[in-house]
Design a protein around this ligand. Structure first.
Ligand code: C2E
Ligand code: CA
Ligand code: CA
Length: 420
């Protein structure tokens, strides 16, 4: 019998015994997939063992605990259904988790989420109870709140999220996501050196939805691999249509932490480069600093292979992660992008200006090209050029433009140079 079927049986049996009031806590132990990649199978097994022990210690005699999925446990609390009591129970599990954390020297940290639903408050059907606890669990995970109790409002929020996710799946399948291009310009001679591809989605039901919303949605739905493959191919295809302006133009594609952990990434890049006939050095992959810190061993190996092929590797949002200086020694990057939060106010905030200046100096010591993001005025551009910054990107030049407008912008720039 599977974990799920056994749980339904337990639910029915306990429902009969315990005057019909019963609470199901679905306890999720984080993401062992990622843990296995980082610390090995043994660490993931240890983690699950810790969770099972914690939950057994928590349960009273009449309660029960079972494992119902790779990293999900079901706790049944007999005779408990009042919301105050179920919340106390969830808080007690969270407290026990903190105690384990304080005493454990394991490299993997417990990070539990709990979804709560009760008989007869939320439903009388065992199937439905499990479904409702799953919805609550998803909310707890999404909001990182630790635990959440089922309610119709919570269910409606999740339903619209799943709805949007479904629409996103269809949009990826039909290729209706678009890439826009934002120019990257030399800070020295103000000539274009390439562009960053930024994804745009217009949902049929909800209108334009920003990447800040749909990229995390795609990550949660396991769609990132498809989306990244699509972005790399679409970016190279469209870059192959850009006019010749007498110097090479590189196209940059954004990667999520998950995309650089994908063992197929090198093959995806290689085949896209050969399909679209682009020189390898004209593709840049932008990777946030925090993505590298998260799983440096595996991602560094992939990045080294890409660098050997000549593909550019850019460290995005630099300054917002937690990297140490020793990380510079080994990083297989060719470019560093100073996060816009330091650039936007660098003329008025002395501290920001100092950071920008220091990062430029540091990056050059490691032979990295420096790009400043968020350049919104000519004054900032001039200040950056004075500090030796190589490339600038921001609204001063252009926002992200659809392909045709980007091509017009390129032509416009070269005619300006020809006239000068
Ligand atoms: P990012 O890679 O840091 O992209 C820069 C963001 O700053 C873009 O927002 C861009 O429009 C905005 N920006 C550019 N110049 C300026 C400026 O001068 N001032 C200000 N205030 N903002 C400026 P966008 O397009 O909304 O993208 C947000 C984030 O979504 C990106 O941050 C990137 O992390 C992610 N993203 C976008 N497209 C993709 C994609 O195809 N794949 C992946 N994995 N992530 C993507
Ligand atoms: Ca970027
Ligand atoms: Ca950035």
């Amino acid at each position: 019998m599977t974990g799920h079927a056994a749980l339904l049986d337990d639910l029915q049996a306990m429902q009969k015994q315990s005057d019909g009031s019963l609470t199901l806590l679905l306890v999720d132990a984080g993401y062992p997939g990622k843990i296995i990649a980082q610390h090995g199978q043994q660490a993931a097994d240890d983690l699950l063992y810790q969770v099972a022990t914690l939950l057994k210690n928590f349960c009273r005699k009449k309660d029960s605990v079972s494992r119902i999925g790779d990293h999900t446990f079901a706790v049944l609390l007999a005779g408990v259904s009042k919301s105050g009591h179920t919340v106390l129970a969830a808080e007690k599990i969270m407290r026990m988790q903190r105690e384990v954390l304080e005493t454990s020297d394991s490299p993997v940290r417990l990070d539990l989420s709990i979804g709560i639903a009760s008989f007869p408050r939320h439903t009388k059907s065992p199937e439905d109870l499990v479904q409702k606890a799953r919805i609550a669990l998803e909310v707890a995970r999404d909001t990182k709140s630790g635990y959440a109790t089922y309610s119709p409002v919570v269910a409606a929020t999740m339903a619209s999220k799943w709805d949007l996710q479904q629409e996103l799946v269809a949009a990826i399948e039909t290729g209706s996501l678009e890439l826009y291009f934002q120019p990257k310009v030399s800070a020295v001679d103000r000539q274009p050196v390439g562009a960053e591809a930024l994804m745009r989605w217009t949902s049929l039901k909800h209108g334009p939805i920003g990447p800040d919303i749909f990229i995390p949605l795609a990550e949660q739905a396991g769609l990132m691999k498809d989306l990244t493959r699509y972005a790399i191919n679409a970016a190279l295809r469209q870059a192959s249509e850009w006019p010749d302006i007498g110097r090479p133009l590189a196209v940059a594609v954004n990667m999520t932490p998950e995309s650089i952990q994908d063992p197929d990434l090198v093959d995806i890049v290689n085949s896209a480069l050969s399909i679209w006939g682009a020189p390898n050095r004209e593709l840049v992959l932008e990777i946030t600093e925090s993505a590298l810190v998260e799983d440096s061993e595996n991602s560094f190996a992939t990045l080294y292979r890409l660098r050997e092929l000549g593909v550019g590797i850019s460290i995005d949002d630099f300054g917002t992660g937690y990297s140490s200086l020793s990380y510079f020694k080994d990083i297989p990057a060719s470019e560093l992008k100073i996060d816009q939060s330091f650039v936007l106010n660098m003329l008025t905030e002395e501290k920001d200006r100092n950071i920008v200046e220091t990062v430029i100096w540091l990056a050059h010591r490691f032979d990295l090209t420096v790009v400043a993001e968020g350049v919104e005025s000519v004054e900032i551009l001039e200040a950056l050029a004075g500090m030796g910054c190589d490339v600038a990107q921001g609204y001063y030049f252009a926002k992200a433009l659809p392909q045709e407008e980007f091509i017009e912008w390129l032509i416009d720039q070269s005619s300006k140079t020809a006239r000068a």
